[in-house]
Design a protein around this ligand. Structure first.
Ligand SMILES: CC(C)(COP(=O)(O)OP(=O)(O)OC[C@H]1O[C@@H](n2cnc3c(N)ncnc32)[C@H](O)[C@@H]1OP(=O)(O)O)[C@@H](O)C(=O)NCCC(=O)NCCSC(=O)C[C@H](O)C(=O)O
Ligand SMILES: [Mg+2]
Length: 362
């Protein structure tokens, strides 16, 4: 077992020092594009600045006979495009595939200086992260990189979920986790055929009314309430990430046309503690940016609580509700996030700044 102190030392001579804290960079939408698809690739330069993360996907959704083209396409894009404030991530192929090794040994020397995060699919346990950790250190040392590339794991196997805490703590490179609902459903043998989102069959039903003789009328009309299939896994993921100081994300929402349900799924994740989600189609970027940015109403309220709480201790009444040290901490999460987002999103900054100009008591 590695000692905690070992985490401060690079895993290869000449590799950059590991980070001690994962930088909190806005990543509301991680936008997936297939670098082997000429139409998608051509859109990348214009998407810079409109989305927090652009991710060149090399794994599922890229055809087997396009794997090399996708990898080379990503190298070209990484070398040619100025990403400015937008992060560049990649999703490599799974570690048991014939492509994963070449993905890393090609990408790190060619565009490692521009790559912020490597997303690793189908992570089963800490051993997968240890493998990638050492290999990245060797490649970084060889390429003379000055900052370490971070690692993001997808939670999409039953074993991965069972090992979620050890995965989060496996390396100082760990940046975060995403839910992979499609692979996870298959691995768990769930009986769904969708990529994320709910299912009309996963529900609870209102109790039956009672007849005059007191018997339950089970045939009567009774409301049903659809439940969230992903609540358990997302909640586990959020706790594991928070405990390790890294960031949780929802994942894909495959029904591109159902923008309403997509927004609901994203909002559930936001409320539970996720910092962002995946976008598979350009139209999902705006949804993610909206949902994963605190609303003006939330920030207005949060700032009022911060002001009312003075030194941050004790309890006060605001609008008929009790606020105290703990609710102040919740408000500070919102206020800090708003500041980070305002630094990269001028439109959002304008909206948050306008709160200060409102008349007192508004
Ligand atoms: C889902 C898509 C196949 C839909 O593509 P298409 O049919 O071309 O959609 P549109 O006609 O509406 O597209 C309009 C234009 O926008 C471009 N486009 C589409 N998607 C993207 C994109 N992601 N990035 C950039 N540009 C995009 C089209 O080319 C059209 O351009 P034009 O003709 O010039 O107007 C497609 O969106 C797609 O393939 N998306 C990515 C899918 C993906 O990455 N899947 C993998 C992640 S999900 C997963 O892996 C599951 C997970 O691991 C798990 O286990 O749960
Ligand atoms: Mg998957």
């Amino acid at each position: 077992m590695r000692s905690a102190k070992d985490f401060f030392a690079p895993l290869a001579v000449g590799a950059p020092a590991p980070v001690r804290e994962v930088p909190a960079r806005p990543s509301r939408a991680i936008h997936f594009f297939d670098p082997s698809n000429p139409k998608m690739a051509a859109k990348v330069p214009d998407m810079v600045g409109t989305v927090d993360v652009l991710l060149g996907n090399l794994e599922d959704a890229v055809k087997a006979d396009k794997k090399v083209e996708a990898r080379e396409g990503l190298v070209r894009i990484g070398q040619d495009v100025d990403f400015g404030p937008t992060q560049l991530w990649t999703r490599i192929n799974s570690l048991d595939s014939p492509w994963a090794l070449d993905d890393l040994t090609t990408l790190v020397p060619a565009i490692g200086h521009k790559l912020d995060v490597v997303m690793v699919p189908k992570v089963q346990g800490a051993e997968d992260i240890h493998y990638v950790d050492r290999l990245l250190a060797q490649l970084e040392a060889k390429a003379g990189l000055e900052r370490p590339i971070l690692v993001h794991a997808i939670l999409e196997t039953a074993r991965g979920v069972a090992n979620v805490e050890e995965i989060c703590g496996a390396s100082p490179r760990m940046q975060g986790l995403s839910l992979g609902p499609a692979d996870l459903a298959a691995d768990r043998r769930m009986k769904t055929t969708r990529v994320g989102g709910g299912h009309p069959g996963y529900l609870v039903r209102q109790d039956p009314p009672k007849g005059e003789d007191g018997t339950a009328q089970i045939e009567a009309q009774r409301a049903t309430y659809q439940q969230d299939l992903w609540h358990y896994t997302v909640a586990r993921m959020v706790d594991a990430c928070a405990a390790h100081g890294i960031y949780p994300y929802y994942g894909p929402f495959g029904d591109i046309t159902d923008v309403v349900a997509c927004e609901d799924q994203f909002r559930n994740a936001f409320l539970l503690g996720c910092v962002g989600t995946w976008s598979l189609h350009p139209k999902q970027i705006a949804i993610a940016n909206r949902v994963f940015s605190p609303s003006v109403e939330d920030i207005r309220h949060a700032r009022r609580v911060v002001a009312a709480m003075g030194d941050g201790t004790g309890a006060v009444m605001l609008d008929g509700k009790m606020e105290d040290d703990a609710s102040l901490k919740q408000c500070l999460v919102m206020v800090d996030l708003a500041e980070q987002l305002a630094a990269v999103d001028p439109e959002l900054k304008k909206q948050y700044d306008a709160i200060d100009a409102e008349p007192q008591g508004a």
